[in-house]
Design a protein. Structure first.
Length: 702
């Protein structure tokens, strides 16, 4: 997380200075104040404007000498927005403040708010700050503090400039790859530079050499006259061979007596070879073989073969019989090209980022590997367990199998027995569909189609039913039983019953008719195929409504709400008194109530604001409410509206400005509800001399 650049107040800095003015004094951050208002915080800020909450108990931790981490929690049901925070000491002093335009936190009533922040101080003074505690800590990690650490993206890992983020293996690989690419590019540049140079031997003139000894092979053969001073030096020398006897050389015979004879076997006490310092050479044979000691390192010009060099009875390892670079170091991480397990063809080896295990005879190898993404894979062959092969996508497709206990859709279900029969069980073993080779059997439950039970020979006899195409009844036909709400067509002299339909303009097309002591009752059709009644029917003693006995209620009857034998039309409902302009009003049908509303525009200062009523509430205003407008989303505009009085022609509100607000409001919206007629209760306040509804009363049904 990015540290918030909190401003240490002047009072907070003064609290850091000890009483002797010789250094810093420890301070304790005890509470956190929050405000929804953004401010221009400075060192002179002594309190947070518009503070809505003081959260006690602040947990914290010093992350670096100039950075602290804080955490505070609020488990109440308060609701608020945080744009400004302030850190208060246990002495009540505002120690530091931070503010921004975007919300730092928004708390809802049922939620717990936790504010965590990394705060960067303007000076390295974090070591003298303490906290009261009370929360939990999850600070940003540093070189000395455990906590949350952000992972660096690959591009930042390659750049290597951010010290506050961790590098992932992918980022490290990208960084090292970029570095090696740069090194390779540098080497490629050297090759390109040397490509244009001549491939010649490097030479120097003799005058350029001022020190050292020339190799004899590099000194050219020169005539005597080319060697300065040589001829003059030889001129004074005798041209004869120089010769002496041993006796003529003093001490020579005695000295030679102490020397070993060349080619003879000689016993020495100690043999010392030295060239000065810690360098010496011991020659063997003809001088081509030697042992060299140079600065503590013993070397030979060729390996010891026969006999071998031993130490304490053990052969000495050397480059000829031992290569340390081919051996693993105990306790260290070692990378092997491949590992043989002692079998003829079994080994493990690396293939890029994969680890491969091989087994099997030559020519029939099987491979098992661990991939770079952590997955295991068999490259040829199968995986077996104790009970057999392991299922994998090559020999098993789960998508083609049904999950036990789930609802599954099948294309076809086949239940097949060798004798040509089959059973499909449904629910339990007591309910099934059985095909016996010729018939389908479903014991234990009826078959239902589209919600109805399918009739079978056990439940339905077609010989006992009438043919619907051309039914023929003899005598009296009964529909249903017990005569309860059933259709009866009963024959007899006093009550003949007929169902008959005729077409081609024949008016005599009745469904049924009868005569008797109670008069006639007819169902019939006219030429327009309209049902008619020769007498008004009744149902359970009630008369059905029709055009002759049902009428629409008038406007007054609708408002009165007492008429029960008439109906209200949509036109009657819509004709209630209303005006849908600004301001607007509308009567609510059947309630005796009226709603009025409007929008007052303009610039209103703190004080009374009037909303003119288009009509008066005849029975008084029940309730009214207004809301200030804030079209510019001005954070500093914090007004609320109060009801002052309810008059015949207006509602008087009071625009009340909160302490943290400034400026005026750009109008307000209002709505009021009251009675259409009656006596106002409470009695109206005196109006403002007409206007609006003019104190008049509206006819609720226009």
């Amino acid at each position: 997380m990015s540290a918030l650049p909190i401003i240490i107040t002047t009072a907070g800095l003064n609290a850091l200075v000890n009483a002797q003015n010789t250094g810093a004094s420890n301070v304790v951050i005890a509470s956190l104040g929050v405000s929804p208002t953004q401010i221009a915080a400075t060192a002179a800020t002594a309190a947070i404007p518009g503070e809505v909450k003081r959260i006690a108990g602040v947990a914290g931790q010093v992350v670096a000498d100039d950075q602290i981490y804080i955490s505070a929690g609020d488990q109440t049901e308060d609701t608020y927005t945080v744009r400004t925070i302030g850190l208060y000491l246990n002495t009540g002093v505002l120690f530091g403040v931070y503010s921004q335009a975007a919300p730092l936190l928004e708390k809802a009533a049922p939620a717990m708010a936790v504010l965590e922040a990394a705060i960067k101080l303007s000076a390295p003074q974090a070591n003298v700050i303490e906290f009261t505690g009370g929360g939990w800590l999850n600070p940003q990690a540093s070189e000395t503090v455990q906590g949350v650490l952000k992972l660096a993206p690959v591009d930042e890992a390659v750049l290597g400039a951010d010290h506050s983020k961790a590098v992932t293996p992918k980022g490290l690989k990208a960084a090292t790859s970029a570095m090696m690419a740069a090194i390779q590019a540098a080497f490629d540049q050297i090759a390109q530079t040397l490509a244009g140079k001549a491939n010649t031997v490097h030479q120097h003139a003799a005058g350029d050499v001022t020190s050292g000894v020339f190799s004899e092979a590099r000194i050219p053969s020169l005539p005597q006259n080319r060697i300065t001073g040589l001829i003059d030096a030889l001129a004074s020398k005798a041209a004869a061979v120089h010769g002496h006897t041993m006796s003529e050389i003093a001490g020579l015979a005695a000295a030679l007596a102490l020397k070993a004879s060349l080619g003879a076997s000689v016993g020495f006490g100690d043999v010392r070879v030295t060239r000065g310092g810690r360098v010496g050479v011991l020659y063997f044979g003809d001088g081509d073989d030697f042992i060299l000691l140079s600065n503590g390192d013993l070397a030979t010009n060729r390996p010891f073969n026969s006999p071998a060099l031993t130490s304490a009875g053990y052969p000495v390892w050397h480059a000829g019989n031992f290569n340390p670079a081919t051996k693993a170091t105990l306790g260290a991480a070692v990378r092997f090209d491949r590992v043989s397990f002692g079998l003829a063809n079994a080994l493990a080896y690396a293939d890029g980022d994969r680890l491969i295990f091989r087994a099997g005879a030559a020519g029939a190898e099987r491979y098992f590997g661990c991939n770079a993404d952590g997955s295991f894979e068999v490259y040829n062959g199968i995986i077996k367990s104790t009970n057999g092969p392991v299922w994998d996508p090559g020999n098993f497709t789960p998508a083609t199998k049904a999950t036990l206990g789930d609802t599954v859709t099948f294309a076809d279900i086949r239940a097949f027995r060798a004798n040509g029969t089959g059973v499909v069980y449904l629910g339990d073993l007591s309910h099934y569909v059985f095909f016996d080779g010729a018939n389908y059997n479903m014991p234990g439950a009826p078959l239902i189609v589209n919600g109805g039970v399918v009739w079978t020979s056990a439940t339905f006899n077609p010989n006992l039913k009438a043919n619907m195409a051309a039914p023929s009844f003899t005598g009296t036909a009964y529909f249903g039983t017990e005569k309860r709400g059933q259709i009866w067509l009963m024959g007899g002299d006093d009550r003949p019953g007929v169902i008959e339909f005729r077409v081609d303009g024949v008016r005599y097309g009745f469904i049924g008719y009868g005569d008797g002591p109670n008069g006639n009752m007819y169902f019939g059709t006219d030429d327009n195929r309209t049902w008619i009644f020769t007498k008004r029917p009744s149902f359970n003693g009630a008369t059905p409504w029709d055009a002759a006995n049902l009428a629409f209620a008038s406007g007054g009857e609708v408002v009165a709400g007492a008429e029960h034998a008439k109906m209200i039309s949509p036109a009657g409902l819509f004709a209630f008194a209303k005006s849908l302009g600004n301001p607007a009003y509308a009567v609510i049908p059947g309630t005796g109530l009226m709603v009025q509303c409007g929008v007052m525009t303009g610039n209103f200062a703190e004080g009374q604001a009037h909303a003119a009523l288009p009509v008066a509430f005849g029975g008084g205003c029940i309730a009214a409410v207004a809301v200030p407008q804030n079209p510019g989303s001005n954070l500093a505009s914090n007004y609320f509206m109060q009801v002052v009085s309810k008059n015949l022609d207006r509602i008087v509100f009071y625009a009340n400005r909160s302490d943290s607000s400034s400026g005026n409001i750009n109008g307000f919206e209002w709505i009021a509800i009251g009675r259409v007629s009656g006596n106002p209760d409470p009695v109206y306040s005196s109006g403002g001399g007409g206007g609006g509804g003019g104190g008049g009363q509206v006819d609720p049904y226009a």
